[in-house]
Design a protein around this ligand. Structure first.
Ligand code: FE2
Ligand code: FE2
Ligand code: FE2
Ligand code: FE2
Length: 414
């Protein structure tokens, strides 16, 4: 099993890390020839960098130590430049919807990879649960792509990821209280769990931000509505995943794990990248992250008197994160978990939910005037529309409609 051994890696000195304007803006890939998984690696790493920057800003605002603030400023500037360099690999002729399809392909194949390698059963269940929702988004956006741009999403997913309904987006809308989750224990959690937690939270956060920042860019009203609707599910995903992390980790511990995760992902992707120019970027950025990680470890020792090895409790992380086909895995989750729902921080079958489940009332309110993710299907071509007729999908929608009707009384704390 391939592993990542951060203590064996050489870092790049921090003072050598600033990028000049030309290196910060590498030429974009060609959307007609790029490998689907090169695109997903780029989309994910952009989100990973944005998350590192956002986390560092939060710490800058809350940490009392001036030395910590200064180190954060230095590392954050580099992460900021890396974010631009990675995001600028996306070409201008890739439309917002095409990029969106790439985002949902990331969500499907990343979540599936993490879930299959997640040691904590509750974290794995949380990944499987949301997997079916992002899988459905890929289908709804494929309908939008067909309707607005006359495009075929196969051009983006390249046969690696299936395009068909998952847990229907219309029934994914839940009361905020039903996004509550339990958190892992930082003392006993495996290092892989901590990495998976940061990776998926950052990925979902990026997706949420992208839909919010771009969903208004199409004049068509169904497009505007669909982005608004799915952005709200991504907000639910960011909330549920964010809550998996142990709040007892110190700020410096969280930053150290964030930097370690960046290094781990760049290392993972350098092993599988087939575009040599882009592989060079992953390799060089990995060396930068090793230095960020070492700097965080130094701060933890200096400010908190703690050793990074006592936090990690491991000197290798594995297996590596891989973008690859997961059709069999996704279909098995689809067969077994379509009707799962979260209640009181546990997952249960829809039929076992209490009638006063907060999300029944919430869904009734949200879907009162029609649901964009349903309306878009009827606007797409027959090839896509017929995929929505699957028996299991119809059944789960009917079951939810029946429960919403019965549970209409309560929308707690609305
Ligand atoms: Fe970075
Ligand atoms: Fe999604
Ligand atoms: Fe998501
Ligand atoms: Fe970093």
């Amino acid at each position: 099993m391939a592993q990542f051994k951060p203590f064996d890696m050489e870092g790049m000195p921090l003072e050598e890390q600033p990028l000049n304007w030309k290196d910060m803006t590498p030429a974009p890939y060609d959307k007609k020839t790029v490998d689907a998984y090169t695109r997903t690696r780029i989309i994910l790493m952009n989100g990973i960098e944005n998350n590192a920057v956002l986390m560092s800003h939060a710490i800058e605002r809350m940490h009392p130590d001036p030395g910590v603030k200064k180190s954060m400023a230095l590392m954050r500037r580099i992460d900021s430049q890396q974010q631009v360099a990675v995001n600028w690999l996306n070409p201008a002729d890739q439309s917002v919807i095409e990029t969106t399809l790439g985002y949902e392909q990331v969500a499907v194949d990343l979540t599936a990879n993490l879930a299959q390698n997640e040691p904590d059963p509750y974290v794995k269940q949380t990944l499987d649960f949301a997997l079916l929702e992002d899988f459905d988004h890929l289908y709804r956006y494929s309908c939008l792509y067909d309707y607005i741009e006359g495009g075929d999403s196969e051009m983006i997913v390249q046969g690696r990821t299936e395009v068909k309904p998952g847990r229907p987006t219309s029934i994914e809308h839940r009361h905020p209280f039903d996004s509550m989750r339990k958190h892992y224990d930082k003392e006993t959690a495996d290092i892989k769990t901590k990495m998976n937690y940061i990776t998926i939270t950052a990925g979902e956060q990026q997706t949420m931000l992208y839909y919010r920042a771009h969903g208004f860019m199409y004049p068509d009203e169904i497009a505007r509505q669909l982005y608004a609707e799915i952005a709200e599910i991504e907000e639910q995903h960011v909330t549920q995943y964010g809550l998996l992390g142990d709040p007892n980790e110190t700020m410096l511990e969280k930053m150290a794990m964030t930097e370690l995760n960046e290094a781990y992902l760049y290392y993972s992707f350098a092993q599988q990248e087939n575009d040599p120019r882009i592989r060079g970027i992953w390799e060089s950025f990995m060396k930068m992250e090793i230095a960020h990680f070492n700097e965080c470890a130094r701060l933890m020792k200096q400010v908190e008197g703690r050793e990074i090895r006592d936090v990690m409790k491991a000197d290798a992380i594995g297996p590596l994160v891989v973008f690859e086909e997961n059709k069999d895995y996704v279909n098995s989750v689809l067969d077994n978990q379509l009707d799962l729902a979260p209640n009181n921080m546990e997952y249960m079958r829809m039929r076992d939910l209490p009638d006063d489940w907060a999300s029944f009332g919430y869904q009734r309110v949200m879907n009162a005037k029609g649901v964009p993710s349903e309306e878009i299907v009827s606007k797409a071509g027959p090839n896509l529309t017929e995929r929505d007729q699957a028996e299991n999908i119809r059944r789960v929608k009917q079951e939810m409609a029946r429960r919403v009707e019965k549970g209409m009384a309560a929308v707690p704390a609305r």
